[in-house]
Design a protein around this ligand. Structure first.
Ligand code: AMP
Ligand code: MG
Length: 409
């Protein structure tokens, strides 16, 4: 059995994780697959867009010099979108044109069909037209050479549309890290697989972790749950380390005899960055690295595992994808009652939030045991109590990490 050498504070642990995140890696992805990812390079316009002067309406292209009300025009050709007319517009002439059609040479205005006597071989103009009227200028959207999207931009539908107008079929983005999830514990059974035998429980952590990883934008894959047998664990960890950018395990990382994750990792060449954080729930968190792979050993207790993921793994995954807004929102909250903290370490307390005239009022979800999975379904935020103080007074401000962003809206 090995005891924690020294526990580090939450802010130090967060800093160490972020400092040790590998550089984001680039890949080119088809336009729509890039949605939600961050652009890795500036994107420039390859040409003026729109690429030619074109009509904003259905109507007739004319010379504005001729276009006084009451005049009759001869229609000499058509210019639908995608089929430019080869003719030019002379005095008293018009070319029938449709939205997006190329403005023919000679013409410098388009009159709307609504302002003419109709779609004939000739028409009478009912309202004068000024130069440039109803014409969308070449380059009116973007100019050749302009940076149209900056590196670091998160790609959404508007960015995809803009890149598409410039003919880009793929976008250079920071790729999603590959997360391999491995639960450890001889007691674990995969949900949906079979009924429990005495002493067994279902593996909930793998599924929570995978969901959290995907929510953060990563790719996530689950290995089977490994038993606490040393050989089984070693094989599973080796496979995880060989196929992942980030390995996230749960369980087996504390100080018990069956807690073999840390010693096995060290055996497999993983360097420990830290083990043990001065906070609750989640004290035994392990963080290490081997080459470009990062390793998070989350505690087995389901609440601890999920809270550690929120606090440490999620920001790391987001940074690996080049995202600046790596953290959940941090806000200031208060409680109506005194809140004690007798743990001697920071307590990330599960709370509900309510907006009041004084700000955000927090209230404990109730029992805070780290095995109480149901408590997490009730929590809006984690209020950070301590570690120095023995608690906080009613009305005092304290920092909280919002887990459900939508509550802020
Ligand atoms: P450990 O950190 O391995 O000592 O586990 C602490 C507690 O969390 C024990 O009660 C385990 O049974 C439980 N636990 C460990 N892994 C999981 C898991 N994947 N899903 C649900 N509970 C777990
Ligand atoms: Mg265990």
């Amino acid at each position: 059995m090995q005891l924690f050498e020294k526990l580090i504070d939450y802010p130090d642990a967060e800093r160490l994780v972020l400092e040790n995140v590998p550089r984001p890696r680039e890949e080119n992805l088809p336009l729509v697959d890039a949605r939600g990812l961050v652009l890795a390079r500036d994107l420039s316009a390859r040409f003026d867009s729109p690429p030619f002067d074109n009509s904003a309406v259905d109507g007739y292209a004319v010379r504005s010099a001729d276009a006084e009300a009451g005049r009759t025009f001869a229609v000499v050709d058509e210019a639908p979108a995608g089929r430019p007319s080869k003719k030019s517009v002379g005095e008293g002439e018009a070319i029938k044109i449709f939205t997006g059609g190329v403005i023919p040479t000679g013409a410098d205005a388009v009159v709307m069909v609504e302002n003419t006597s109709g779609w004939g071989e000739t028409f009478d103009l009912k309202k004068f037209a000024s130069p440039g009227q109803n014409i969308r200028d070449r380059g009116g959207d973007v100019r050749e050479g302009d940076v149209i999207l900056r590196s670091g931009t998160e790609i959404g539908a508007p960015e995809i549309a803009l890149a598409a107008t410039q003919g880009y079929g793929e976008l250079p983005v920071y790729r999603r890290p590959k997360v391999v999830v491995l639960s450890t514990g001889t007691e674990l059974v995969t949900p949906g697989e079979r009924d429990l035998s005495p002493g067994e429980i279902y593996d909930s952590n793998s599924f929570a972790t995978m969901s959290q990883a995907r929510e953060a934008g990563a790719e996530a894959r689950r290995l089977h749950a490994a038993s606490d047998d040393a050989d089984v664990l070693r094989d599973a960890l080796r496979e995880a380390l060989e196929t992942a950018d980030v390995v996230v395990t749960s369980g087996g990382v504390s100080v018990g005899e069956k807690d073999l994750v840390k010693s096995t990792l060290l055996e497999l060449g993983v360097d420990q960055v830290f083990w043990g954080v001065k906070f609750k729930p989640g004290k035994p968190l392990f963080f290490g690295k081997r080459d470009d792979v990062r390793f998070f050993g989350l505690p087995g207790n389901p609440v601890s595992a999920m809270v550690c993921f929120e606090l440490f793994v999620r920001p790391a995954l987001m940074r690996m994808m080049g995202r600046e807004d790596r953290r959940r929102p941090h806000i200031s909250v208060y409680f109506d009652e005194d809140v004690s903290n007798s743990f001697g370490r920071m307590h990330a307390m599960r709370v509900t939030l309510e907006r009041t005239e004084r700000g955000w009022r927090a209230e404990s979800v109730g029992a805070q045991g780290s095995g109480l999975v149901s408590s997490l379904t009730k929590a809006d935020a984690l209020a950070l109590i301590g570690p120095e103080s023995e608690g906080i007074r009613a009305g005092e401000s304290v920092e909280a990490i919002v887990l459900r962003d939508e509550i802020l809206l």
